[in-house]
Design a protein around this ligand. Structure first.
Ligand code: SF4
Ligand code: SF4
Length: 381
């Protein structure tokens, strides 16, 4: 039997929810939502569950992950209960539910933890560079030219990359496993043949690679089919740029971080340009939208939305500056900017990938995949 938690509303407000208790259950939000259907009807149900404090039902629900935050439900809500913001705060809340370490909750609900963790991780990078590489900076500069791979040998940086990737994978995969337990294993008595995990797997790949639901859920709010909306294009450009950059720095660092200056048509430079253009375009687009607050989905920003954008912006800009200084043979600016670049990049990946915005890139397609497995199993029951 579902247990009501009277403190749930207060708890959810820490994750960014507004006064959803104003809801009088009219259902307009669900009627206008272009992603809601018979199998998965939302957001009205999620608003009701939140009002009633049904913490366990929400923890086991896939519905918050099916929403792409177009904001149409909030625009049409007669009570200004802001169901779109509630869905967004439920995604933050669920991230903290999947995370056994407790870090996810702390990072979402405490500015001290958020800024303290970022500062601490940045400081670790700074101290490592001061002790390991500081003494050689003057010597290298006197030799002339830029020797980034002597200042920061890619093999050493790669070891750091792999340690970081290992920690990220641990947090991300354990959280996804907890999501699986909550979404799939809650269906006690439902027999799920193993082959369904294989036959439905394409949903995971498809939704991760295309984010196709986003284009059905844009500012028009009534689209049922995929279209190349500008919002989808920007979002996909940003996401694919991030994936390209992540693969290059984690798996191909020796090829990417080189002292050679290739012709601009070399694949190393072209991929770098693509990733930089996508990150910069995306981050500026979302900055402007959040400042202008014209559309519903950009009106309300949680503190973690801003830290995500600021870290991403600083990472991209310092990365561009390192390349400009390196190509123009400026050793000191190259070395110092490189250290600053890693001081921003490291906390951004460590905090944003498993716990914050970037994590949604993984959680959403996995949630859709688990849901499709359950739906398919129910059909053959
Ligand atoms: S959130 Fe608003 S639109 Fe949705 S059911 Fe409640 S009052 Fe109606
Ligand atoms: S924000 Fe858009 S996708 Fe999400 S519940 Fe509201 S109408 Fe549906």
């Amino acid at each position: 039997m579902a247990v009501a938690d009277t403190h749930f509303g207060e708890d959810l407000k820490k994750f960014g929810a507004f006064d959803f208790n104003a809801c009088y259950n009219c259902g307009t939000c669900t009627a206008v939502c272009s992603l809601s259907d018979e199998q998965n009807s939302f957001p009205r149900e999620m608003v009701r569950f939140s009002v009633l404090g049904l913490r366990d039902d929400i923890s086991a629900s896939v519905k918050p992950w099916l929403c792409y935050y177009c904001g149409q439900c909030s625009t049409h809500c007669p009570q200004d209960a802001k169901p779109a913001e509630l869905m967004m705060s439920l995604r933050r809340y669920l991230t903290s539910v999947y995370d056994c370490s407790g870090l996810g909750r702390k990072l979402y609900t405490s500015k001290v933890w958020e800024f303290g963790s970022i500062s601490l991780l940045a400081l670790v990078i700074l101290v490592l560079f001061i002790f390991l590489h500081g003494p050689m900076t003057t010597e290298l500069t006197e030799q002339g030219g830029v020797k980034l791979n002597t200042f920061a040998p890619w093999k050493q940086v790669e070891i750091g990359d792999w340690i970081m990737a290992g920690m990220l994978s641990f947090f991300l995969l354990s959280n996804i496993f907890n999501m699986y337990l909550k979404i799939v294993r809650k269906n006690e008595g439902l027999k799920i043949p193993l082959k369904l995990y294989v036959t439905e797997f394409y949903h995971l790949v498809l939704h991760f690679a295309t984010q196709k639901q986003l284009s059905k859920c844009d500012t028009l709010g009534t689209r049922k089919k995929f279209t190349f909306s500008s919002y989808w294009i920007i979002h996909w450009f940003l996401m694919s740029s991030y994936v390209v950059m992540f693969i290059m720095i984690v798996f191909f660092l020796g090829w990417f971080q080189t002292d050679n200056i290739y012709h601009w048509t070399h694949p190393q430079r072209l991929l770098g340009y693509y990733a930089t253009a996508g990150l910069l375009t995306g981050v500026v687009w979302f900055f402007v939208a959040r400042f202008r607050k014209r559309d519903e989905k950009s009106k309300h920003s949680h503190i973690t939305d801003w830290t995500f954008l600021v870290l991403l912006f600083l990472t991209t800009v310092t990365g561009i500056l390192v390349q400009i200084f390196r190509i123009n043979g400026m050793p000191y600016p190259t070395y110092y900017t490189y250290v600053i670049h890693l001081m921003v990049l490291f906390p951004m990946l460590m905090i944003e990938v498993p716990f914050s915005k970037w994590s949604h890139l993984a959680y959403r397609p996995f949630a859709i995949y688990f849901d499709r497995v359950v739906q398919a199993a129910k059909k053959i029951k």
